[in-house]
Design a binder for this molecule. Structure first.
Ligand code: 4AD
Ligand code: MG
Length: 431
């Protein structure tokens, strides 16, 4: 194989002849010139085919090229101050690698349903590749954040015997002679690992049979879940804050061009600094009522309510101490007020909704057992989890962040379906 040169590095070859391989993104012609937009995943370069510089066959071949034909283009790298890349290719030769006939996604506008149906091809558009690069940056930042803080990555299983986040969104599957469920969250396993390693996180796909169609819910999404022994609710909130600030900082540093291509208002992201405002659930209800929203104490703070509360702030807001009755069995009750649990959600600005959900965990054996029974969960499935409260139980806390929620907010996207390569939703399992 010859040396591979990618478009984003073409500047190193100024004045030299190179061969680039990629796909035809777009083209236009005028008389003696064809202007090809070649993309290779690393970038897009304009390739200029001048009739006087190539053989008649190559000139004709260039003129008949169709969208997404794969090509090897040889030419001289020249400076082009007007293009975003800063360089163009003065073409000498073009070889067709694979033809592309009647590519369905043309430069005109298409409907969302059509694009999602052709997701395997839609991924090639420059907006979608920009989103995927931001997603990659976020995931890399997540791993670096925890590594720098000496957390250990501990993978949790995907096939599980019990529910973590309520029975209504479980995907059930046969597991030989038993029933198993796709994991809704790796938290319970992360808790066991935190008792072994102190500071851990798990990171993997999680599954919820969400029966509602919203712009924030997928049935398969990636969640990162830190869990820390001896952290209380305040420590947990601080970790969440640092985490978000770190991720935003990294994307602003390394993926500015992608954010610009997505027409993201970067100034809004630059405002995301510590400290985040912290309000109790009770205060959040008061804000809602003052804004004319009728939610009563004890009621759920849904998507619309989150957007209302967050409209008061220019950065993410942390809501803590939710009513015990609307939260998961494993959350610790506030010793000052057992009507609420030591939970916290981070709500993003600009309608981003809940980015993070977490809590201090119930570390008392009897209290945890009572909560499992109260919520009508099968005690025998949680025997191992209860063990953690029998052998050296300690206060501990953690949270989960949905990667796609974060990508949606940072990229400023309307719908979460564009934040993951192949979205899974109630009405979507293909391609
Ligand atoms: O608030 P959730 O349900 O919390 C948990 O699962 C805890 N066990 C996490 C923990 O404490 N270790 O989910 C956590 C986050 C949400 O804040 C949201 O970002 C994301 O996961 N999330 C979803 N993202 C996309 N589609 C869905 N259906 C989601 N459900 C939750
Ligand atoms: Mg939640």
């Amino acid at each position: 194989m010859s040396e591979k040169i990618y478009i984003n590095h073409v500047g190193q070859y100024l004045g030299k002849e190179v061969t680039l391989r990629g796909w035809l993104y777009n083209m236009r012609s005028s008389g003696k010139l064809h202007f090809l937009q070649l993309r290779d995943g690393s970038g897009i370069i304009q390739c200029v085919v001048f009739k006087g510089n190539v053989t008649p066959e190559v000139f004709e071949r260039a003129g008949n090229l169709t969208q997404e034909t794969s090509l090897a283009v040889t030419g001289l790298v020249k400076e082009d101050k007007r293009s975003p890349l800063g360089f163009e290719l003065d073409v000498k030769n073009i070889e067709i690698i694979g033809p592309s006939v009647d590519y369905p996604i043309t430069p005109k506008e298409h409907g969302d349903a059509f694009l999602m149906f052709n997701r395997h091809l839609w991924l090639r558009s420059n907006k979608q590749t920009a989103i995927l690069k931001v997603r990659d940056e976020i995931i890399t930042a997540i791993r670096d954040f925890f590594r720098e803080r000496e957390f250990t990555l501990v993978d949790s299983p995907i096939l599980t015997p019990a529910a973590c986040e309520g029975k209504s969104t479980l995907f059930e599957t046969d597991y030989f002679d038993e029933k198993a469920y796709l994991s809704q969250s790796g938290q319970l396993y992360a808790e066991a690992a935190a008792m072994a390693l102190g500071k851990v996180y798990c990171f993997g796909p999680t599954f919820r049979a969400e029966k509602s169609k919203t712009r924030r819910h997928l049935t398969e999404f990636w969640m990162v879940e830190p869990e820390v022994a001896f952290n209380d609710l305040n420590d947990n909130m601080e970790l969440a804050e640092d985490f978000i600030v770190y991720i935003i900082g990294r994307v602003l540093r390394n993926r500015r061009a992608e954010l610009q291509l997505l027409e993201r208002d970067i100034s809004k992201l630059e405002k995301v600094k510590k400290p985040f405002p912290r309000i109790s659930y009770t205060e959040a209800i008061k804000i809602l009522n003052d804004l004319g929203n009728p939610t009563e104490w004890g009621g759920d703070i849904g998507g619309d309510e989150e957007t209302l509360v967050s409209s008061k702030f220019d950065r993410p807001v942390i809501i803590h101490r939710y009513p015990t009755d609307i939260k998961a069995f494993y959350m610790k009750r506030d010793p000052q007020d057992p009507k609420v649990v030591l939970a916290m959600d981070v709500i993003g600005p600009e309608g981003a909704g809940e980015l993070i959900g977490g809590s201090q965990r119930e570390d008392d054996y009897d209290a945890l057992l009572a909560r499992i029974k109260e919520q009508d969960l099968p005690v025998e499935a949680f025997d191992w989890y209860l063990d953690l409260r029998k052998y050296g139980s300690v206060p501990h806390s953690g949270f989960g962040m949905g990667v796609e929620r974060m990508v949606r907010w940072i990229c400023g996207l309307h719908h979460v379906r564009e934040t993951i390569p192949f979205a899974r939703m109630m009405d979507k399992i293909r391609p």
